[in-house]
Write a protein that binds this ligand. Structure first.
Ligand code: FAD
Length: 610
């Protein structure tokens, strides 16, 4: 069946009001007249879409230059065939990338606010990254080729997921869930999403569950607080069910060669610049003027201010597009270092929240930003970047002892986080492949670390993490890694950079229907919303893929492209993944395993058993 060409001139009323549009296109239909769910289509969805006839006369304004916005620009160019010079990215900061940051030098040390655990099933992200020229590999290799080559030649494994008693390894193979805990997980999987709205994790699970190994691994891997959203935990369980068997050693994860700014933002921005896409920095968008009539909402102007305070306006034509990032987990980050406590900004909403709040005043279809951004004391945590100098640095020796890996070999080191489970701050530390920064000296090891409970007292420094200088934080880490006796030497050979992020888990705040707006909110004719606070059915936030998906949905829907957004990998419907997850949760013994084995023995399906 030939795809139906896109409506000439772009969007049509009928498709704009259907939030499921990009999930279930109207073709092909099954005999009941219902659309086949996209899962049936596979590679069939990878067609070149037909762009709107007038695309060359249209312009796109993108608010924010986070990965979501950069990807939206790339989909506009590749799939919408919009000329690059018609696309402008407006960013309040002086650099692109948003949370995908990474910078530093030998003077101050290196810093990234986060390190990304990534996976194969970032369908929208890889869909475009497989076409962006690689950072280091020669043509015709792409960012995906580079990522895959690195990970195939050096598969990820975390040989020391948890430590305790000041630097002693602890076995985490067993999940430690009792029957009641396992049943609570099954009940959560079976629950309708609306039955989880405004509930917290601790509303659903008992103290035994929250003290289990499984929950320690879960909360530190994904950074959940137990007073946060049950709905989001449910989504993670569905979305990452296939990861359960790899939970204890993180063999389920993949990592980029360098920090994400260098591995992804650099190649993507150079590709966009080559296509003519313009970047305008120090530009904070405060509001969008809209023409709102019954059933239609059209952006007519973008209001912004420059870093020097001057106010300016961009006029937007009805057929132009505005794609705006709303909310940000790294908005209003406060920075510190060895001697400085980072400021904790509780009253600086920044562009990300101001713009969303102003939109929300215009119509309820733009959601409720205050649900997410009103609790900085609860949604804050602090990230730490350590630069350890010299190959015989005590921390590098300790990491070698715990993991069996040479930290400076260029290969996987910790393979994900090491968590100190008996730490008051709930400390974790990870050292990815070195060098993490291309400007990093060969004998430096750069590690990223965070504390999930920044208000709790440290076990050695006896202060909340959030009130500490880099030196105090380094001391607490030395204590938990059994290196306190070498603290003076470590201090002299380490650089510390700190980042306190008031909204880092704000997207996990308990929520309900309508708190997050749709990617193209009802009635919007030329506005799409991007990022981590936008509703994408079934997908998860705090992921790269979550932002990529909003970008693809917005572009395809607003340009009415006849190409489907790739489905979320359907592991939750795969009986093999379900059985393997159940076996992991029950500490290696498949529940009902005897009966299932007897049933399948000698049959075609025998080998689906984990
Ligand atoms: C510590 C940490 C750990 C993480 N771990 C993982 C992980 O393991 N795996 C994973 O997949 N993902 C992870 N993430 C999440 C991932 O990095 C983010 O989801 C993703 O980068 C978000 O991209 P975004 O474009 O949606 O928004 P952001 O990165 O938040 O970017 C938004 C950009 O828009 C700008 N902006 C916002 N509003 C305005 C405005 N009004 N005017 C002008 N500019 C504006 C901001 O300055 C910013 O540059 C992590 C993030 C952090 C911080």
């Amino acid at each position: 069946m030939t795809p139906v060409p896109a409506t000439a001139g772009g969007t049509s009323e009928a498709t704009m009001t259907n939030t499921q549009h990009v999930y279930q296109r109207t073709y092909p239909v099954n005999p009941d007249g219902k659309p086949y769910v996209h899962n049936d289509l596979g590679l069939y969805t990878h067609n070149h879409p037909t762009p709107p006839a007038d695309v060359a006369e249209r312009h796109a304004w993108l608010v924010g230059s986070g990965i979501g916005s950069l990807l939206a620009a790339a989909y506009l160019v590749r799939d919408g065939r919009m000329p690059g010079e018609n696309i402008t990215i407006l960013e309040q900061l002086a650099v692109p990338g948003g949370s995908f940051d990474g910078a530093g030098d030998t003077e101050r040390g290196f810093i990234a606010r986060g390190g990304r655990e990534m996976g194969q099933h970032f369908e929208c992200f890889w869909d475009i990254m497989r076409e962006i020229p690689a950072l280091e590999m020669p043509e015709p290799y792409t960012v995906l080729d580079e990522f895959r080559t690195v990970n195939e030649n050096d598969p990820n494994i975390d040989p020391c997921r948890v430590i305790h008693h000041q630097g002693k390894r602890r076995d985490t193979y067993k999940m430690g869930l009792n029957k009641k805990g396992q049943l609570a997980m099954v009940r959560l999987l079976l629950a309708k999403e609306e039955d989880t709205y405004y509930k917290t994790i601790e509303d659903w699970f008992d103290a035994d569950f929250l003290a289990s190994n499984f929950y320690t691994l879960f909360k530190t891997m994904f950074a959940f607080e137990q007073y946060e959203s049950l709905t989001e935990m449910k989504r993670y369980m569905h979305r990452f069910l296939q990861y359960f068997p790899g939970f204890s050693d993180l063999s389920c994860l993949r990592f980029s060669r360098y920090n994400q700014f260098e591995s992804f933002v650099l190649p993507l921005t150079s590709w966009l610049e080559d296509k003519g896409v313009r970047f305008q920095y120090d530009t904070c968008v405060d509001d969008l003027d809209m023409d709102i009539t019954a059933g239609r909402k059209t952006v007519t102007a973008i209001r912004y201010h420059r870093a020097d305070g001057t106010q300016e306006t961009i006029d937007v034509a009805p057929k132009d597009l505005v794609l705006a990032t709303i909310g940000s987990c790294t908005e209003s980050t406060g920075y510190g270092d060895m001697d400085t406590v980072p400021p904790f900004y509780t009253d600086r909403p920044g562009g990300a929240w101001t713009l969303w709040r102003n939109l929300a005043k215009k119509s309820s279809v733009f959601g409720r930003p205050d649900v997410f951004c009103s609790h900085p004391h609860e949604t804050v945590w602090e990230s730490v970047s350590f630069s350890f100098i010299g190959e015989d640095h005590p921390f590098l020796r300790k990491i070698r002892e715990l993991t069996g890996n040479d930290p400076l070999s260029g290969r996987t080191v910790t393979g994900g986080i090491i968590t100190a489970e008996d730490s008051g701050w709930c400390l974790s530390l990870t050292m990815n492949r070195q060098p993490q920064f291309r400007a990093q000296p060969k004998d430096w090891g750069v590690a990223w670390a965070y504390g999930l409970y920044p208000h709790a007292k440290g076990d050695c420094v006896r202060k909340p993490m959030i009130e500490c200088t880099g030196e105090e934080i380094l001391k607490e880490y030395c204590y938990h890694f059994g290196l306190l006796d070498q603290f003076e030497e470590i201090k002299a050979r380490t650089k510390v950079r700190l980042a306190t992020m008031p909204y880092i888990t704000s997207f996990f705040w308990p929520r309900g229907k309508g708190d997050r707006p749709d990617v193209v909110p009802e009635g919007c004719t030329n506005l799409g919303l991007l990022g981590q606070f936008v509703e994408t059915p079934d997908d998860c936030i705090f992921t790269t893929e979550g932002s990529a998906r909003t970008a693809m949905m917005a572009v395809y829907q607003l340009l009415d492209l006849d190409r489907d957004v790739p489905p979320i990998w359907p592991a939750q419907y795969d009986v093999r993944a379900l059985l393997a997850a159940a076996k992991t949760m029950n500490d290696g013994k498949l529940p009902g395993g005897k009966v299932i084995t007897r049933m399948l023995k000698g049959t075609y399906y025998e080998d689906i058993l984990p």
